[in-house]
Design a protein around this ligand. Structure first.
Ligand code: ADP
Ligand code: MG
Length: 355
């Protein structure tokens, strides 16, 4: 190679492009799982079961009882940018589903062995299909790649095996399966608290007991009790706040001044999507610092509904962060509300001990 000459610019192979994109969207098993949970909820499921082997690197299986996928759609299911949820770019501003880019299944099929078994209500049987690199592939060499009829209940089962098998550098970066499983339990726990009307189970292959199990009709406080324990569930105060000018509604349950832990537990949902926000976390911690002993932190479950026209969900490949208008003002209002509740509870406690 000559250093003094520019090298020719060439287009990358589509296959390479897809693999690179997949690695950005699915950084760890938990990201694949999050997409699959969201698909299950988008499909109107009332029960979602998750099975995990080796932190999700060996196996991630998620079974739902939603509306299923039409047999005729199976050939393009895992192509990039095929979706039943979005038609025009403008629709992004009113999107009510989690998915919209049609990238999740495509991405997974580029970096794992993917099997889909699905049965819509009207279908007389279930259909099973295997995918690799966005396309249907035979289950075994020599067989046809066409979806095969099989027995099955209504809904969809997605099986992801050997994640990152063809991205060795990424695969090697995962040192501990239990660390990945902890991330998975954390994510399932978030959706299990938030998704009212959906029963969740999650377990490790070989375990007899469930890592997480919540019934469909439990209240939010009961879900928090099951997943995070009675100690916090008994010390929660409800949070409700609405502002038409800022176009948002906040709902949640936050721990009172009797409760504190070493690290803040923030379960944050913006328009029903589990997201992270260092700005909200910082503001909440600041608010609580006036009420908790030094080094003590709160539990906060916060669900924000923001006018979709004010939210940009498309800023991050993993959709982990979202941008919204008037962020500072909205955060300030919520924290004012928390402060008010904490001081009210605080004074009632003082009052009670005095009498
Ligand atoms: P997106 O969710 O952004 O549309 P995905 O790649 O996650 O993209 O899924 C592609 C399409 O496959 C969805 O639009 C939906 O029609 C269908 N689909 C995926 N998972 C399920 C499921 N669990 N139940 C029913 N349909 C599903
Ligand atoms: Mg999706």
């Amino acid at each position: 190679l000559q250093a003094d000459k520019p090298r020719h610019i060439r287009a990358l192979d589509q296959d390479v492009v897809n693999k690179i994109a997949a690695g950005e969207i699915i950084v760890a098993p938990v990201h694949a799982l999050k997409e699959l949970i969201e698909n299950g909820v988008d499909a109107g499921s009332t029960a979602i079961e998750i099975l995990v082997k080796e932190g999700g690197l060996k196996l991630l299986q998620i079974t739902d009882n939603g509306h299923g996928i039409n047999r005729d759609d199976l050939p393009i299911l895992c192509e990039r940018f095929t979706t039943s949820k979005l038609k025009a770019f403008e629709d992004l501003s009113t999107i009510g589903t989690y998915g919209f880019r049609g990238e999740a299944l495509a991405s997974i099929s580029h970096i794992a062995h993917l099997t889909v078994t699905t049965k819509p209500k009207e279908s007389s049987c279930a259909w099973r299909a295997n995918y690799s690199g966005g396309k249907l592939v035979p289950a075994k060499p020599g067989q046809s790649a066409d979806p095969k009829p099989t027995a099955g209940r209504q809904g969809t089962q997605i099986t992801v095996e050997d994640l990152f098998y063809n991205v060795p550098a990424r695969r090697r970066a995962f040192r501990s399966a239990s660390e990945e499983y902890a991330k998975i339990l954390d994510m399932v726990g978030r959706y299990a608290v938030h998704c009212h009307g959906v029963a969740f189970t999650c377990k490790k292959h070989g375990d007899t007991s469930m890592g997480i199990s919540t019934p469909a009709n439990a209240t939010i406080v009961d879900r928090i009790r099951q997943i995070h324990g009675a100690a916090v569930a008994n010390e929660l105060i409800e949070l409700k706040n609405e502002d038409d000018r800022l176009g948002f509604m906040a709902q949640g349950w936050v721990s009172n001044a009797n409760y504190h832990v070493k690290r803040t537990m923030l379960l944050l949902f913006i328009n029903h999507r589990a997201v992270e926000s260092s700005a909200i976390k910082k503001a909440v911690e600041q608010t609580y610092s006036a009420f908790l002993p030094k080094g003590g932190h709160p539990f906060v479950y916060l669900s924000l509904d923001i006018d979709p026209r004010r939210v940009d969900v498309n800023v991050h490949p993993t959709k982990r962060e979202v941008n919204f208008l008037n962020e500072d003002e909205i955060i300030e209002q919520i924290c004012d509300k928390i402060r008010l509740s904490l001081s009210t509870v605080d004074s009632s406690r003082t009052f009670m001990t005095q009498t």
